[in-house]
Write a protein that binds this ligand. Structure first.
Ligand code: FES
Length: 264
């Protein structure tokens, strides 16, 4: 921790991320530098551990919301945002569809609220959300918000499915019993998009090409916070900070509909 002339305390967390205090505020404030764009706000807590967690959550929120662009057609979903698809790089789609998330995306959510109309109890429990898989192209990924958690939905390509077993020796826990893509569906993998190290948001890199972090990259997720690597089934590589695979949330498939959470 360092103190400047005005008596402010600064706590460096990671490059571009820090906590600081202000003279009259009992709370920690968060500072984020995202590609040169500066963000600051009070985290409304005086507990440092909680402030650090909130800082990571806020960073993830900003990174996701940056990639959101358009709108939704599925009336069963409370709020969906679909960004442009970059077909050349197969970048991640960002799709938000949750009751809890409806608060932060109210502009999109309002037309759909009456269609869903969940009970207060269901809201409190974090009702399940539905996602139409038919719009997700092979190689693309959607991010669906469920219980304030980003859920990655990956449409695996035949090449990706062929490559996954080749990584069994490079990952910590191959979980072969779960099937090649850790899914009951032979095309879609569903994962919590939260790094199992310190909860950063791993980035989707499905390209099969040498990367700065892996010369033999066969596609997967890279967490820029401390360099953890996961394959396209969310299996963590050996020798990285993240201790375990990306979690698989409860989900079921009903034809082209993915239901995340317990079916209601
Ligand atoms: S949060 Fe540390 S590697 Fe992902």
């Amino acid at each position: 921790m360092s103190k400047n002339k005005q008596g402010k305390k600064h706590i460096h967390i990671l490059d571009g991320m820090s906590l600081y205090t202000r003279d009259k505020s009992p709370y920690f404030w968060g500072y984020l530098n995202l590609d040169g764009e500066i963000h600051k706000k009070s985290l409304k807590t005086s507990d440092m551990k909680e402030a650090e967690k909130l800082l990571f959550d806020w960073k993830n929120e900003l990174l996701y919301s940056d990639s959101i662009e358009a709108t939704n057609t599925n009336k069963d979903v409370i709020a969906t945002k679909i960004p442009k698809v970059d077909n050349t790089r197969r970048k991640a789609l960002m799709i938000t569809s949750s009751l809890m998330g409806a608060v932060t995306v109210a502009g999109f959510a309002v037309p759909f609220l009456s269609a869903w109309n969940p009970s207060e109890k269901a809201k409190a429990l974090g009702a399940s959300v539905k996602f139409d898989l038919s719009k997700l192209e092979p190689g693309a990924m959607a991010v669906v918000e469920w219980r304030r958690t980003p859920i990655f939905v990956v449409h695996q390509t035949p090449k990706a499915l062929e490559n996954l077993p080749k990584l069994n020796d490079r990952v910590t826990d191959p979980v072969l019993s779960e099937g090649v893509a850790r899914s009951t569906n032979d095309r879609f993998t569903v994962l919590k998009g939260v790094c199992t190290h310190l909860s950063c948001a791993p980035k989707y890199h499905p390209e099969i090409e040498p990367k700065a972090w892996d010369e033999q990259w066969l596609g997967g997720f890279f967490c820029p916070c401390h360099g953890s690597k996961f394959d396209l089934a969310g299996r963590v590589y050996k020798g990285v900070p993240a201790p375990t695979n990306l979690e698989v949330p409860p989900h079921t498939f009903d034809g082209d509909t993915l239901i995340i959470g317990e079916p209601t």
